[in-house]
Design a protein. Structure first.
Length: 763
């Protein structure tokens, strides 16, 4: 089947997107709508003495101005925290309330202080600028290490020492002794730089309220309307989730940042109820830099032990991480439950332990960003293994081969208690090296043009599709049109294409007949969890398989009745049930027409993770005169279990590589340590990679079917961003190793690289 699973079927949504016919939140208009503007803190840390809206309230077109005190008086609650853990010493982590508008203090630059609603966006902006803030400046801390120091200014009374959470995995004492008993240890301290998420479409929200029924509606770009409803509404409004409908239309990028609820989503609902009018808010790019959750931002010191045969004996990781100035919904998830369990990577390491301290800091709240903890784990182990190889004097490939978990060891339970179900790591690595012509690099290294060349491998593994439920409903209409409801939300990945393809294949129907619907809590779904952790195809695909199966079950019973044969005698092909050896047949669409429509429901539960993995090989040129790096070649071989659509898949990997190289090469959120002011608050100051910063990517697969889900697939959405940083940095360090450089911290900007070269030369 030419549209079938495994075929490079072209994206069905692209016609709409490239002709400007996409419908994003901002394209939705409502009668009588009013416009909101957020008054944000101009200081990173301070005591709020007074918020004076007197002048602003009297300005033309102003409908309402709300402060933290107004919300408290109306009984509006704080944004709930989804991930709450215990301290290593026992006792629950503190949970300082994240109110929708700052109350008493501000703790990061851009924290919402007041919410202004007016007849026009311009009137709202002008009034917002007229709101007078009297805030007493307090000293700031913008790095976890300084925030945890004894003399650091305290952000929250509830969190002594600014400690959001102290968390451990594994037996630190046992690992410390295993390291002491090892023939050799290799140490590495590295920074995983704080970065912005930079979705193409900034955040937005439109709130509606029907006073008669008491029903709220929220239109907002998100990674799943059900998640936003379920995580935010009850806690903030004290009302049952059924009183809110969330609609998420087309979305221009989420990457984890839009998986969580934000103050503005609740504020538009609050104001809509107050004013009896629809209220809309659209973030500007400048606000996105200040107030979207950011990613990564941790510093780790790692020690790897090896025996005399270069086998890994133990791994200890100590991490300081930043939570930012407010606790986001999954704020502590990345450096705890998500990253550290993946610390061993694809290697046999008998003893692993991690100690993590997460600190409150005066900068934007921290949360998931493409990979959400797994990129940090992969970067750490892959840099460490490379450094170990260089110190021992073996090739980085040989050291990996010695230590990689073999296919015959699957399933393999890591020392961190994660069970890898399948994988051929050494085989995938070989395929990657072959595709990248690793062996031919020696000849490419010496071009005699004064540039320094390097090659690096990053072998990533990640855990995707963590346990959970997802539903799907397939409706074959009497008119021959098929509607597929799923609960995972595309933010650009191409879900429509892949779900159409899977449905077309299962039902033997033309893709043109099939429409995918997502993003509405009113959809008839048995469950819906949204798009996070590369779970859409594993969970949503699993649910869709059950739903198409249910449609076919009903149809085949009906076909058997119509054709007067036993159901088991029927053949089904290209949408037609046939009695073999006869010309008797009936089509699925005929059956649906006669029955007035057919519906199948899938309620799928995934019980274990999937473990996509792969080899990224990066080749760079470093200009020693300027420190400028060019990526000359980039090759990836991934194991995604099974490929549903190679075009959609490579799109995912390409985007991920761009984000991963972006972090490694040029991206960094910079806050002034003294004032907490953001020094990288626009794309003039913040380096985002562009097409001409990147080469063509050579992307292919070497799939080993996953055993933990019926489709045999491994989640692919985040993989590119996980493999790229170690491959890139390993390549640059390889280029500069002859100068004695053993490590460089991301981002490897020309200035940083040039300085490292000067330092190495002793100049
Ligand atoms: S960073 Mo993702 O949306 O799990």
């Amino acid at each position: 089947m030419k549209f079938g699973v495994g075929q490079p079927f072209r994206r069905v949504e692209d016609q709409r997107f490239i002709t400007g016919a996409g419908r994003f939140t901002d394209d939705h208009r409502f009668d009588g709508e009013a416009f909101a503007c957020v008054v944000r803190s101009p200081l990173a840390h301070g005591v709020i003495n007074r918020v004076d809206a007197g002048i602003a309230r009297a300005m033309p077109g102003v409908l309402g101005i709300y402060t933290g005190e107004d919300l408290a008086a109306d009984g509006i609650g704080a944004l709930p925290v989804v991930i709450v853990l215990d301290h290593a010493e026992g006792g629950r982590m503190p949970l300082p309330a994240r109110t929708l508008l700052a109350a008493g203090k501000v703790r990061y630059l851009g924290e919402p202080v007041a919410f202004v609603v007016a007849e026009t966006a311009m009137a709202a902006l002008e009034a917002a600028e007229a709101v007078e803030l009297d805030i007493t400046d307090l000293p700031t801390v913008v790095e976890p290490a300084t925030a945890l120091a004894d003399d650091a200014p305290l952000l929250f009374d509830e969190a002594p020492g600014n400690l959001a959470l102290h968390w451990q995995l594994g037996d630190i004492a046992a690992v410390t002794s295993a390291l002491a008993a090892s023939a050799r240890v290799v140490e590495l301290e590295l920074v995983n730089n704080r970065i912005v998420v930079a979705s193409m479409e900034p955040r937005n929200a439109i709130g509606l309220h029907d006073a008669t029924s008491g029903q709220f509606t929220l239109v907002s770009g998100s990674q799943g309307s059900h998640m936003i409803r379920d995580f935010m509404f009850e806690g903030v409004f004290g009302l049952p989730a059924t009183q809110l409908r969330v609609i998420t239309p087309d979305v221009g990028g989420g990457f984890g940042m839009k998986a969580i609820p934000y103050p503005e989503q609740a504020l538009v609902l609050y104001a809509a109820r107050k004013l009896g009018r629809p209220v809309r808010w659209q973030s500007t790019r400048a606000e996105a830099f200040l107030s979207d959750t950011q990613g990564r931002d941790n510093v780790s010191r790692a020690t790897l032990g090896l025996d005399a045969d270069s086998r890994f004996t133990a791994l200890k990781v100590e991490t300081l991480a930043s939570a930012g100035g407010a606790l986001s919904a999954f704020g502590v998830y990345c450096p705890t439950l998500s990253g550290p369990p993946m610390a061993p990577g694809v290697y046999r390491i008998p003893a692993v332990a991690t100690d993590v301290r997460i600190a409150y800091t005066n900068n934007a709240p921290m949360d998931a960003y493409r990979g959400a903890g797994r990129p940090e784990a992969a970067y750490l182990i892959e840099r460490l293994v490379d450094k170990a190889a260089r110190e021992i004097g073996v090739s980085p490939i040989a050291l990996r081969e010695i230590n990689m978990i073999a296919p015959e060891e699957m399933p393999h339970r890591t020392a961190t208690d994660v069970v890898y179900d399948s994988g051929d790591f050494a085989g995938v690595m070989k395929a990657g090296l072959r595709a990248a012509d690793w062996d031919g690099f020696a000849a490419r290294r010496e071009k005699g043009d004064g540039k320094r060349r390097g090659i690096g491998l990053g072998y990533y593994i990640e855990r995707t599709g963590v346990p959970g439920k997802e539903g799907a409903v397939v409706q074959v209409g009497a008119d021959g049109q098929v509607v597929v409801h799923v609960g995972t939300q595309s933010t650009g990945q191409g879900h429509e294409t892949t779900y159409v393809q899977m449905t077309a294949q299962a039902l033997g129907l033309d893709p043109e007949r099939i429409t995918v619907k997502t993003g509405d809590t009113d959809q008839p779904l048995p469950s819906a969890g949204g798009t996070v952790a590369s779970r859409s195809m594993v969970h949503g695909g699993g649910a869709l398989r059950l739903a198409t199966g249910a449609v076919l079950g009903k149809a085949s019973r009906e076909a058997a009745r119509l054709l007067a044969v036993d159901e088991r005698e029927l053949d089904f092909d290209s949408g037609i049930f046939r009695v073999p050896g006869t010309n008797r047949h009936v089509g699925l669409l005929e059956i649906a027409a006669q029955a007035g429509g057919l519906e199948g429901v899938g309620d799928f539960e995934q019980h274990a993770g999937t473990f996509p993995n792969g080899a990224h090989v990066c080749e760079v040129d470093v200009d020693p005169e300027t420190g400028h790096i060019t990526v000359e070649r980039y090759t990836v071989v991934d194991d995604f279990g099974r490929t549903l659509n190679p075009l959609v898949l490579s799109g995912q990997v390409h985007g991920g590589i761009a984000q991963g190289i972006g972090q490694a090469m040029m991206e960094r959120t910079v806050y002034d340590p003294d004032s907490g002011q953001l020094l990288s608050g626009s794309f003039m100051d913040y380096g985002l990679p562009r097409a001409d910063d990147l080469p063509f990517f050579d992307v292919s697969t070497h799939n080993v079917p996953c055993t933990t889900n019926p489709l045999g697939i491994k989640g692919a959405g985040e993989a590119g961003a996980i493999g790229a940083p170690p491959a890139f940095v390993n390549a640059v360090v390889d280029a500069l190793a002859p100068l004695g450089i053993t490590h460089l911290d991301m981002p490897l900007t020309p200035a940083r690289v040039w300085q490292a070269i000067q330092d190495a030369k002793g100049e």
